[in-house]
Structure formats: C-alpha cells, structure tokens
Design a binder for this molecule. Structure first.
Ligand code: SAM
Length: 168
C-alpha cells in the first residue's frame, strides 16, 4: 500500500496542481491520495479518470490528516527539498506501506519530526508533482509505469504519430 497525503490544498489556488498530484500518484503506482481540504470537484475529476482508465485508485478529501499520520503503521516519508538526497536514503526505505507527504506551501515544522524520512528529490526547489513522480519511479526501481489498470472503459494504445484509444 502506498498512500499520498497532500497537505495545504486550497481551493481554487491549488485545484490544478492537486489534480496533477492525484493523477501522478495513480499513474506511478500509489493506491490512494488523501487531501486535507474537502474538494468535491477534485474527487469527481479523479474518480472520472479511474472510471474511464481503470485501476483501484482512491481519493479522499477533507481528511483528518493528523489522525492519518498518527495512525499510519508503515513508513512515513516527507518529500522536501531540505531532506536527505534520494540517492543516499532510498536503500533504507521499505518498499511497502508508505505514507508519502507532499506540501502545497510551506509545511509546519512538525512534519520534519513526524516523518521517518525527509527525502529530497535533489536539494533544489521544484514541484510536488515532479518530486512525487521521481520518488515513486525510483522506489519501484523503474517499474512504476508498468502497472496494469484493470476495469476501465478505455485504453490508450501507443501510437508513434497520433492518438489511438480503444473502447473496452
Ligand atoms: N517553499 C516551500 C517550502 O519551503 O516547503 C516549497 C513548497 S513546494 C512548491 C511544494 C512541495 O513540493 C513541497 O512541500 C515538497 O513536498 C515538494 N518539493 C518541492 N521541491 C522538492 C524537492 N527538491 N524534493 C522533494 N520535494 C520537493
């Protein structure tokens, strides 16, 4: 189980980027995304992608994030540019039962304490979407994109020049 906790989501400021966080989490092999602020539009958007493209990915918004963090039985990983470089720390991180925390703005100092690992995808500022994608890809040893998504209504067939979508 890999869960992503998106902290600091604000409507409408973060609507687009949190959608990208959720879709990236799904595409790169996470099972669920938790978002602190209730956002029904975001839920509908992500569920619509799951319904059309398949998989068992879940989204829950308006969550009590402190409880999720407190009750998480596995490993808590906070993605932050101030953390340990991913290349150095990745071998110590278990591959399953990970709660991955990404911020939308400056996160409270508590996060640095409550995380088992503070991981930097490079120590330069960039984006939570990029950090999530690179982390999940490296965690999976490059296999994150090979996961199959069952039960959808449509499937994209790779095409070197154009779009091919199969109705299932
Ligand atoms: N200035 C903010 C701060 O001090 O936390 C940065 C916010 S950044 C736009 C949003 C999120 O992107 C961060 O909370 C972190 O999760 C993620 N992020 C940005 N750069 C990162 C990096 N180099 N490594 C890991 N995560 C990063």
């Amino acid at each position: 189980m890999i869960a992503v906790l998106r902290w600091g989501h604000r409507i409408p400021r973060d609507s687009r980027i949190t959608t990208h966080v959720a879709l990236t989490a799904r595409a790169f092999g996470a099972d669920v995304v938790y978002v602190d602020e209730k956002d029904s539009v975001l839920e509908d958007t992500v569920r619509s992608v799951v319904e059309r493209f398949g998989g068992n990915f879940e989204i829950k918004t308006g969550v009590r994030w402190k409880e999720i963090v407190r009750e998480w039985k596995g490993t808590k990983v906070h993605l932050t540019m101030y953390g340990q470089h991913i290349g150095d720390v990745l071998p110590q991180i278990p591959k399953n039962d990970i709660l991955l925390i990404v911020g939308a703005e400056k996160v409270p100092p508590d996060f640095y304490e409550l995380a088992d690992f503070n991981v930097a995808v490079g120590n330069q500022p960039h984006s939570e979407v990029a950090a999530l994608a690179v982390f999940l890809d490296r965690l999976s040893g490059g296999k994150a994109l090979e996961r199959s998504f069952e039960g959808g209504r449509i499937r994209v067939l790779p095409n070197p020049r154009g779009k091919t979508v199969e109705e299932l």
